[in-house]
Structures are given as structure tokens and as C-alpha cells.
Design a protein around this ligand. Structure first.
Ligand SMILES: C[S@@+](CC[C@H](N)C(=O)[O-])C[C@H]1O[C@@H](n2cnc3c(N)ncnc32)[C@H](O)[C@@H]1O
Length: 209
């Protein structure tokens, strides 16, 4: 078993350090900063939950929002609200996507999110903005309230800070998740979402119980 873990970690590092996922991976022509295996899991989660709303912190070039919107198109339900402090000039337009410009934890943005989520029964949250522990923990503490029971709060890039990539990053998403779960009993790590062996989000798929 240990040998298998080493193989997975070695491939994880090889794949990550190729940086093919950053600027050379596209969804329908739009750059998307993801490992395709994680996108497959997103598709399974969206099909299972059939969310009214998916909130994404960190738009980037809009590739992930566009992907989420495509899956929502396929199942016929769901809106994507994606937030960025410095949005790209070339984000794709899609009728299911709402773009918000600002910091995810600012009072202005949180006020809009509160309005958008009011009365909804199925909300997924994805955190992919500033990956410092401080910011991710602040996002976890605020955005966890918007996640509905049985749905997911997904913390991206828990693989950095030597889990197993970017050993010198410093405290990041993985450390934020640990502290958050020490404070809370209403979220559990869904290890089944790591079944494809390689994920950039180890311990990052949190299910609200
Ligand atoms: C990794 S990129 C997002 C990539 C995108 N989700 C994808 O997979 O294609 C991170 C984004 O987070 C944004 N960002 C950084 N700090 C932020 C904050 N406090 N609030 C909102 N967005 C932030 C950056 O401007 C950047 O565009």
C-alpha cells in the first residue's frame, strides 16, 4: 500500500510540475486551472446534488465557471455565481453565470451572496481564490453558512504546502481545512471524492451533514 501511495505522489508531483494544468488545459476553448480528474468528480457531484446555485470564489479566466455551467446545462438546472477581486478581461459569457467583482470576504460581496442564496435548498460552494491559510479559513468560516445540508463545500489546492506539491508555500488550504474541522462538527471529509487516486484537493471535498 505504501508503494502505491508513493507512486501516486510521484505522479502527482510530475503532473503538477508540468504545469500543463495552468494555461494549457481548456474547457471548450477557455483556459481552466484544474486537474481533469477533479472536474470529473465535479460532474458527479453536480449530477447528484442538482444544485440551485454554485458559488465559486476565484474566477480566473472563467474556465471553471464555464465548465460548471456546461454541466448545469446538461442536467437542466443551476446558476453559477463566481467572484474575483481582479477578473480577467476575457471571461466567457453564459446565461447561467453571474460574475461578481470584489473580494470574496468583503461585506459588499457577502451581502449579494446572502441575497442570492436566500430560500435556496441546494447550494454548493467552491473555494479557489487566494490560497493562504488566513484567506481560506476566513472563506470557510463565512461561506460554510451558505452550503445546504447534504451538499458540498470544496476547498481547492489543498495539495500545496507539501501535500505533496509546493513544499515551500507555507500554511495554505490544507491547514485551513484542519483548523476549520476542529471548530465544526457539521462537515466531514468525503474521501469517496478522492476515488480516482489523483486529486489536487486531498481532504478538500467537505460534505455538510
Ligand atoms: C486560481 S485562480 C482561479 C482559477 C479558476 N477557478 C479556474 O479553475 O479556472 C485564482 C483567482 O482568485 C482571485 N482572487 C485572489 N484573491 C481573491 C479574493 N480575496 N477574492 C476573490 N478573488 C480572489 C485571483 O484574482 C485569481 O483570478
Amino acid at each position: 500500500m505504501m508503494a502505491n501511495v508513493n507512486i501516486i505522489n510521484d505522479f502527482h508531483k510530475l503532473y503538477y510540475e508540468s504545469y500543463v494544468w495552468r494555461g494549457q488545459t481548456f474547457w471548450l476553448g477557455i483556459p481552466i486551472y484544474k486537474c481533469p480528474l477533479d472536474l470529473w468528480i465535479y460532474q458527479e457531484i453536480i449530477f447528484q446534488i442538482k444544485p440551485d446555485l454554485i458559488i465559486e470564489s476565484g474566477t480566473g479566466d472563467g474556465g471553471s465557471a464555464f465548465f460548471l455551467a456546461s454541466v448545469c446545462d446538461a442536467i437542466g438546472t443551476g446558476t453559477i455565481c463566481t467572484i474575483d477581486i481582479q477578473p480577467s478581461a476575457k471571461i466567457p459569457q453564459h446565461q447561467r453565470i453571474i460574475y461578481l467583482n470584489g473580494s470574496s470576504t468583503s461585506p459588499e460581496i457577502l451581502k449579494i451572496i446572502r441575497l442570492l442564496t436566500k430560500g435556496l435548498s441546494k447550494v454548493i460552494v467552491i473555494l479557489d481564490s487566494d490560497h493562504t491559510k488566513e484567506n481560506v479559513l476566513a472563506e470557510l468560516r463565512t461561506y460554510s453558512d451558505f452550503v445546504t445540508s447534504g451538499s458540498y463545500l470544496i476547498v481547492e489546492d489543498t495539495n500545496i504546502n507539501n501535500n505533496p506539491v509546493l513544499p515551500d508555500f507555507g500554511p495554505g488550504p490544507m491547514e485551513a481545512v484542519k483548523e476549520f474541522l476542529d471548530e465544526r462538527t457539521d462537515f466531514v471529509i468525503d474521501k469517496n471524492c478522492e476515488k480516482l487516486l489523483l486529486t489536487f484537493f486531498p481532504n478538500g471535498f467537505l460534505k455538510k451533514i
